[in-house]
Structures are given as C-alpha cells and as structure tokens.
Ligand binder design. Structure first.
Ligand code: UDP
Length: 423
C-alpha cells in the first residue's frame, strides 16, 4: 500500500527546536518510518525550501519528495497558503507519474487543504491530523487571533475527510464541539515515542557530560521558543522557588526566535536569575535523553499543547513533569503519579509543586519510576499499528462511497478563495 504523507509547510528533515520545527516534524518522520517498517511505501511531500534534491530516500520504502511551490527558500508559515494551489498542481503531476497512491495522510490545516483537493482529484481516501486548531488557539487567548480563513478551511477539511486522527480525547471533543466533525470519522491515537532512544540514563554521568553541577537542582524546559509555551510563567515561577540555587535549562530556539529569547533574557535579568537560567539554543534530538535524565524535573507551562511530546519524552527518561492542565497533557501526565498538572496559568502553583518535588528526592524517584512505566502505551510499534487501523477504516469508508454530511463541496471556489486572500 502506498501512502502520500503531506507536510507542506515544514520538512520532517528540518533541524528541530526552530520556531516552526517541533512535534509535528518528529511525528511525521517517525510515523512514516514505522509505517515503512510495516511494509507500507511512504512518500512524504513537503514544499521545496532550498536547493536540495527533489526526491531523497530516507529509509527502505520511505522517501522525501520536495515539491516546487513559491520561492525555493524558507518563507513564513502564514505566507505558504498563497503557494498552496501551485503545491497541489505540482504534487498532482508527480502523483500522476508515480505508481498510484492508495491514501493521502495530511498534517496541519495547510496540508489538509492540499490533501482535500488532491483526494478529490486523485479519487483517494483522505486522512487528516490537525496538530493544532485555529479555534483552539484563539480560545487559549495567548496572542494574535488566528485568521477566520484558517478556521473556515479547517471546518471544511474536517467535514470532508474520510478519517481524522486526534492525538487526545480532548482534541476529539474540540473538533466535535467547534468544528462539527463526525465522531464516527474520528480516531484517537496518541503520538508515538522512540522508547529506545528516550530512556533513563545515569544522572551523575549525564550531569558531568553536560557540565552541570551535581549538588544543585536542575529544571528543564524543551521546545520551540514561542509565546504559546508559557516561558514567562516559568521564569516567574523559578524566581519564587525556595531553592535559590536551582538552575533552569531552556533548550530550543533558532535565529527567528531571537526576539523572544532577548525578552526572556531581559525578564530573567530583572528577576535576578541571569546566572541561574541557561539558554542553550536548539539541541539535537538524539542528545535530549542526556538532558532529560540530568534534570530533576521537566516543566511544560504551555498555554496549549495538542499532545506535548516533550512531556512524554521526559517521562520516558524517568523524569517527573510539572505541566499545565491543557490539551493532550491531560492524557499523558498523571497528576500526583508521574508529575503534577497545574490548572492555572500563573507562576505560584508551578513554584509550589516544584518546591515540593525539589525538596523530596524520594518522591521524585517514585514519580520517575511511575513515569517510565506509564509511557509504554506510546511505543511506536503500537501506535503505528493503530494508525494502520485508521487507514483501513478510511479505505473501507471510501469504498462504501459515504459522502460527508453538509453542503456540496466546490473545490474550485475554495482554491479561488485562497488565491483571493493572497495567503
Ligand atoms: N526538540 C528537539 N530539540 C530542541 C527542541 C525541541 O529535538 O532543541 C523536539 C522535542 O524533543 C520534541 C519536539 O521537538 O520531540 C517538540 O514537540 P512538542 O510536541 O513538545 O511541541 P510542539 O513542537 O508540537 O509544539
């Protein structure tokens, strides 16, 4: 079976920890690897953003295909929509020349848009995973409002898809409530984790190799440096800790995140934390287990996470997590067992729970053991098979020709709306 995996706005081979390169990139690549190892032929389609080969083999039965659409250079995520019609045309031409695909699996709403049109043109079933939703981001109210165009398109994509993968029950509820998605087409399958890479390593050795002191508490934050991640709250929380010697490591961020990093550095300086907060920039994914294992606690103070791979990676390394009670984190972190979930977006409750954990090595060890035991359900070999089941369900539904409910679909008008919007 041949899968066209669509990740238009970001390449799964891009370096992680940039402003736009995080969980979705990891997910698309790892899922595709798993499916290829199960015998699927997988082509991942992404927009060409540099002078790289059009087709790049990644593993047996797995390739990356770069599609020309707009300038062959990095561009803002928001600007990509203006090039989506060209992306669709060129992907369509590639697909017509290649031995036929059996199914399209798209990621994020821009690829969902492309996937919806391609599915209709190529007469294929379409599986979509949104990763984040415009309506949900707006409700989290942490920054600029997402354009209504995005939300309108997400609604159409959700209603047209043969299957929708949601990473948590929470995302499923949101899709049903705010987007009118058909519950019978939604499949909740958590994201997978490489549990062989992410496993507990000896803390002392990790600290020594990273140049970290053994006698000071170490807190860890990992991710894309962006406002949604709630780092301001974390800095305020660290300033209030009983342990005045605690170190905070902030991993992630590229040149495009420089303005936010400068803001955070200024905040740390104002709070008198300049020598207790270390910004490392982006760290290679394979290096992360050493950081997670070296840390006493991993903190995820996000305003929203549709899944939150970082929390699961930390738990896989036996490190307790203190996280916001939002989105997918509610289904991964077990409150009072593998860490704590904080229902308020303010620093004091984070400080309180961090104080509890930093003062209790035994509690940390117990949480760490429970954390590792709790992540077995995210093993890729399990998750890959569940996605294969979703494909089977989508193919069966497509074969039964069950049209989605709602108004008739006019893809030409839809394309025209994107072009008219100018992106
Ligand atoms: N990551 C990384 N290096 C970094 C920062 C982040 O490899 O310097 C990876 C991290 O290990 C995780 C992903 O980026 O796999 C972030 O995923 P998550 O779901 O936590 O957040 P998202 O990016 O989806 O908002």
């Amino acid at each position: 079976m041949r899968i066209a995996m669509v990740s238009a706005h970001t390449s799964p081979l891009a370096p992680l920890g940039g402003r736009e390169t995080g969980g979705m990139n990891v997910y698309v690549l790892e899922l595709s690897r798993e499916l290829a190892s199960l015998g699927y032929e997988v082509d991942i389609f992404t927009r060409r953003d540099g002078l790289l080969p059009a087709v790049e083999p990644i593993a047996p039965r797995l390739r990356l295909v770069r599609i020309d659409a707009g300038p062959p250079a990095p561009i803002e995520k928001e600007a990509i929509i203006g090039h989506l019609p060209e992306f669709v045309r060129n992907l369509h031409a590639f697909a017509c020349d290649a031995p036929g695909y059996d199914l399209i699996h798209s990621h994020y709403w821009q690829s969902g848009w492309a996937g919806t049109i391609l599915a209709r043109r190529l007469r294929l079933p379409h599986v979509v995973m949104f990763h984040t939703l415009g309506e949900v981001k707006n409700r989290a109210r942490f920054g600029e409002a997402e354009p209504t165009l995005r939300i309108r398109h997400e609604r159409t994509i959700a209603r047209r898809a043969d299957a929708i993968v949601t990473a948590s029950g929470h995302e499923r509820q949101l899709l049903e409530r705010y987007y009118g998605a058909d519950p019978a087409r939604m499949h909740t399958v958590p994201c997978g984790i490489d549990l062989d890479l992410f496993q507990p390593l000896p803390r002392e050795t990790c600290r020594a190799s990273l140049g970290l002191p053994l006698d000071r508490p170490v807190l860890l934050w990992v991710g894309r440096l962006e406002k949604l991640k709630g780092l301001e709250i974390l800095l305020d929380a660290v300033a209030g800790l009983e342990r005045r010697d605690a170190l905070l490591l902030i991993l992630g961020g590229d040149d495009r995140a420089a303005p936010l990093r400068a803001e955070l550095e200024a905040q740390a300086a104002r709070l008198g934390l300049a020598d207790r907060v270390r910004f490392t920039g982006a760290v290679d994914h394979a290096e992360l287990p050493r950081y997670y294992s070296a840390a006493d606690v991993c903190v995820v103070p996000s305003f929203y996470e549709s899944f939150g791979l970082v929390a699961v990676e930390a738990m896989a390394c036996g490190t307790p997590v203190v996280a916001s009670r939002v989105g997918g984190l509610q289904s991964t972190v077990i409150d009072g067992v593998t860490g704590y979930l904080i229902p308020w977006r303010c620093p004091e409750p984070f400080t309180e729970k961090l104080d509890v954990l930093l003062a209790n090595p035994e509690l940390r060890a117990n949480f760490g053991r429970a954390a590792r035991a709790s992540v077995e359900r995210f093993r890729w070999s399990t998750v890959g098979l569940r996605i294969a089941d979703v494909y089977d369900a989508a193919l069966a539904r497509f074969a039964r020709h069950e049209p989605p409910a709602g108004r008739p679909f006019a893809p030409e008008a839809w394309e025209a709306a994107v072009i008219a919007s100018g992106g």
